[in-house]
Design a binder for this molecule. Structure first.
Ligand code: CP3
Length: 341
């Protein structure tokens, strides 16, 4: 039904002529057409207005023709729906003025009705699916419960998320209760996203690498496992953990269809750690898009050769940076489309 199904075939582990390609945070500040809308509408207006969210989602597709689109939204719409205030401050990032620091704070956190509180995301999905016209698949996403807890407790971005880890280690009961509420909300949310038309789901564990391997099991993996268990029979799930090479083995056994890898783990090591069977996605250093286009193309070809063209989705190792020249991003996509072994 979807004309370009390279991405879905790679998720199933089927043999392909070339690997599919998309870029994490592909709708973003490196695109002039994105900046035009960003200058006119604040962040949550862009997220909450289906016309804007769907337009921003298809902007990079129009320019570059990636093999998958990812819905323009944010992982922090989940805490917002759970009755936690979330602001996006210009030149600062996420700011949560009333963070969750103890059992009393947790009492105000709800598991919301998805249609009531996040219906705008579902409308944006439906509108985006119309605009995509079955040309390519649409990826829906959520943050991992651990990564969402990081923001809910810390109240903002952080180099070490000391307050978030502090809650986990000093008051694990409250931390686990918060993680479970986030997990329940996320599962209900992702199930609605599937119904609205998403073709794959990615879970972003952006701050998983802050945890030791043992703590990762307790505070992140067991909750992502609940999400995979709830979704895997309905839709392919991709787990991306930044700095989480140590968890690739457990993730490979989770029932997920693919695993994201960052650039600190070599393709060979990633294949070894994940057991050699599961589809991998990544892992170009986002800063390497600052190299000249010819060098980017050479490095992309080499990366595909190292991962192998099958069971592989070309991507960056994390989100694209705002200072990437548009022609360099173009060279990255072109290199994949021109690939032949
Ligand atoms: O990938 C895409 O193109 C879809 C859109 C998308 C956004 N956020 C839009 C956005 C996705 C998938 C996200 C996920 C997200 N949001 C993550 C996980 C991925 C990752 O990068 O690790 C995280 C940790 C967040 C939280 C968040 N949102 C931060 C830390 C920031 C500020 C940093 C920044 O890049 O400015 C945001 C804001 C945000 N989310 C922007 C965009 C395009 C930039 C601000 C703006 O457009 O006004």
């Amino acid at each position: 039904m979807i004309k370009n199904d390279l991405f879905l075939r790679a998720l199933k582990g089927e043999t392909v002529t070339r690997p599919p390609v998309w870029m994490m945070r592909q709708a973003g500040r490196y695109l002039p057409e994105f900046m035009e809308l960003k200058n006119k509408y604040d962040f949550f207006t862009r997220c909450q207005t289906p016309e804007l969210a769907s337009e921003i989602t298809v902007q990079p597709i129009r320019r570059y023709g990636m093999d998958a689109a990812i819905l323009f939204s944010d992982i922090l719409v989940i805490p917002q729906a759970m009755n936690i205030d979330v602001e996006m401050k210009p030149n600062f990032g996420p700011y949560l003025p009333n963070p969750i620091r103890n059992e009393a704070d947790l009492a105000n956190v709800i598991v919301p009705d998805i249609q009531d509180s996040l219906g705008y995301v579902l409308d944006a999905i439906k509108m985006t699916k119309e605009k995509l016209n079955n040309e390519i698949p649409l990826i829906g996403f959520a943050g991992s419960p651990w990564t969402i807890l990081c923001y809910c407790v810390q109240g903002q971005g952080s180099k070490n998320f000391d307050l978030a880890k502090g809650l986990c280690f000093s008051d694990p009961k409250t931390a686990h209760a918060l993680l479970q509420k986030i997990t329940d909300t996320t599962i209900a949310y992702l199930k609605e996203k599937v119904k609205a038309g998403c073709n794959a789901i990615q879970v972003f564990d952006s701050w998983g690498g802050m945890l030791s391997p043992v703590d990762y099991q307790e505070f992140s993996m067991q909750y992502m496992q609940q999400i995979v268990d709830a979704l895997k029979d309905e839709i392919p799930v991709i787990l991306f953990g930044k700095g989480c090479w140590f968890a690739l083995n457990d993730m490979a056994k989770s029932g997920a269809s693919a695993l994201g890898v960052d650039w600190t783990c070599s393709p060979k090591n990633a294949r070894y750690l994940s057991g050699g069977q599961i589809t991998l996605q990544g892992n170009f250093d986002p800063s390497r898009l600052l190299s000249p286009p010819a060098a980017i193309k050479k490095m992309v070809k080499q990366m595909i050769d190292e991962f192998g063209k099958d069971r592989y989705i070309v991507n960056l190792g994390h989100g694209i940076l705002p200072n990437i020249p548009i022609e360099n991003a173009g060279a990255f996509i072109e290199a994949v489309k021109e690939y032949s072994a």
